[in-house]
Design a protein around this ligand. Structure first.
Ligand SMILES: [Zn+2]
Length: 93
């Protein structure tokens, strides 16, 4: 599963893909504009969602895009400013 950190500075569309939301990403600056990509609040809000996805992945309901054996639906989770976006797409080997 890939999660993404999205820059919300106006006019900046930088998206950073990460393997998971970890505390060391808090305060990470946008490489384009220097804006904070993950606030402490974003981090706290995304933790339960991230934990839920890890359980779903572990149960094999959906596959991680990084998994070479992955088949079926791929899922990308993005959390920013209190909003969670989930994108799914069908994996075609
Ligand atoms: Zn930016």
């Amino acid at each position: 599963m890939k999660m993404s950190l999205m820059c919300d500075a106006s006019g900046c569309d930088h998206i950073e893909y990460v393997d998971g939301i970890t505390s060391d990403l808090i305060g990470k600056p946008c490489p384009k504009c220097g804006e904070n990509l993950l606030t402490d609040e974003d981090y706290k809000e995304s933790m339960p969602i991230f934990a839920a996805w890890k359980i779903i992945l572990a149960m094999g309901i959906i596959s991680s895009p990084d998994d070479p054996r992955s088949e079926g639906t791929l899922v990308e989770v993005r959390h920013h400013d209190g909003e969670t976006t989930v994108k799914t797409k069908v994996h075609k080997p």
